[in-house]
Each structure stands twice: as C-alpha cells, then as structure tokens.
Design a binder for this molecule. Structure first.
Ligand SMILES: Cc1ncc(COP(=O)(O)O)c(C=O)c1O
Length: 265
C-alpha cells in the first residue's frame, strides 16, 4: 500500500522524508500502537472511534498518548493531502513519535478464499492494536502457501476467531453470526457497525459451524464487507449471498450517513 504523504510529530512532509531513529522501540520491539481509518471523498469515517480505540490500546501498553495531538495530525494531514479515496494510518511509538500517513487503498479481488490457521491470542495484548503484528502478517503468508488468499484464525481449541486484519461473519440457517468479543478478538469498528445495522449476533463459532455456513464475509474499515468464496478449499454455496449483500448495503448506508455528519478536514 504505497504511502503518499506523511506527518511526523505534527510536520507534514513527503513520505520519503519521514524518518525516525532506529533506536525507537516501536521498531525494535513492535512497542507502539496504530490505527487505520478509511477516507471517503476527503472525509475520514469513524475517526473518533479510531482515536478512542488507539487511546485504549495505548493505555493497555502504558504508552503516553495525546488524543488531541493525534486528532490534529490526522486533520492536518488530510487538509494537506486532499485525498479523495484513501486510507489514513496513525502510529504512536514507544520512542514518542507520532506518525500519520496517507496511503492508496489496496486492490483486492471481489471475493476471497480463506484457509484456517491455528492462532493463540496473546492474553496481555487482547483488544490492543499494537505494532506487534508480525503473527498476523505471518498467518496470511501461511494461508497463501496453502493456496488461499488469507487466513482465518482458529484457536487451538477449534474456535474460529477473526482474520488477521478483519472481523469474520457467516450465515448459518439464514441467520448472521460473528464470533464473540469474549473470544478475545479485536473490537472492530466495522463489526460494531454491522451489529448495529443488521440482526447479526455473537456466537461461539467452531470450524464445524463454518463448514456448514451458506455465506461468509470479512469486515474491516478498509473492506467494509468482503465476501468469502471458499474456506479450507470448500466452496461456499452463495457468493455473495443475500444476507451478505444486505449487510454490505446496510453498512454502506451507515457509513454514508456518518460521513454526511462529518465536517471536511
Ligand atoms: C485483528 C483485527 N480484527 C479486526 C479488524 C477490523 O477492525 P476495524 O473494523 O476497526 O477496521 C482489524 C483491523 O485492522 C484487526 O487488526
């Protein structure tokens, strides 16, 4: 995802100029927090929710965090870059650096194939969007080695959790479900929106449930609703099915209503 423009500790600059010391523990130990928000027509969706989650992540890590400064960075960067459709990455490191970047939206196939990969959530980092995302990046590589597009994380006890950067939804007997937050997945902003605008319910989810699903999709700020066409090599019967299509439309309407209330930067 090529970055175009950056802001470092409040100063806007070309992304190539944005550099931090190699001694920063954000780099050396993945000690820091991040968020990725989507920008639609120049306006960020759910920036306040992203800032709130970032502040919670920082509090969990005992990382000093200045919400007002990060919000001001986001606004300044958007005003300077005037992006239309883009993603906004926000990072705060243990070394005390505040980083923001505008990046182009990644291209993705319309539907994707998932491969389950065993994953144990790190209890102390539950709900934290920390820079320690190497495991999340690795599971996608493992899934690709097995011929799928992305990973679906499953606990050692067989509980389906989420994607490495997405929430997971599926349809069973016509009803829409998503694994529960109590299974220590990320409190995703898109997941929350979907649960508000659809009848989706939390459900402890096994690999057997997923094998019996008629539809499935991933959800995230960048993707909204991203239909899944196969899991572990088995094709899903409906791609995208009616429940997924309705959920995608409902969440898009929710986003548009929210953007209409969001002032341009
Ligand atoms: C592990 C994980 N789950 C779910 C999501 C989706 O969260 P959101 O809808 O807030 O973008 C993300 C986002 O990056 C994530 O990293």
């Amino acid at each position: 995802m090529p970055a175009t423009l950056a802001i470092l500790d409040g100063d806007v600059m070309d992304v190539a100029q944005a550099q931090i010391p190699v001694t920063d523990d954000g780099l050396l130990r993945g000690d820091g927090v991040f968020e990725v928000a989507r920008i639609y027509g120049g306006r960020p969706f759910a920036l306040e929710e992203h800032l709130e989650r970032m502040a919670r992540s920082a509090a969990s890590l005992r990382l000093p965090f200045d919400t007002d400064a990060v919000r001001a960075d986001a606004r300044t960067l958007i005003a300077a870059g005037e992006p239309d459709e883009a993603m906004l990455r926000l990072v705060v490191t243990r070394g005390g650096r505040r980083i923001g970047m505008l990046e182009t939206l990644p291209e993705r196939p319309e539907t994707i194939a998932l491969q389950t990969v065993t994953y144990t959530p790190t209890r102390v980092l539950d709900g934290v969007k920390s820079l320690s995302y190497a495991a999340n990046m690795l599971v996608t590589r493992i899934a690709r080695e097995q011929g799928a597009d992305e990973a679906l994380l499953v606990s050692p006890h067989g509980r389906v959790l989420e994607g490495p950067t997405t929430s997971f939804f599926y349809v069973l007997d016509g009803a829409l479900y998503t694994p529960p937050l109590s299974d220590r997945i990320l409190d995703s902003i898109t997941r929350r929106a979907l649960m508000a605008v659809t009848d989706a319910a939390e459900r402890v989810t096994t690999t057997g449930d997923v094998a019996a699903a008629s539809e499935a999709f991933l959800a995230s700020s960048l993707r909204e609703v991203h239909p899944v066409h196969a899991i572990d090599g088995a094709a899903l019967p409906q791609v995208p099915g009616p429940v997924s299509t309705a959920a995608a439309a409902a969440v898009r309407e929710h986003i548009e209503a929210s953007l209409a209330r969001t002032p341009a930067a």
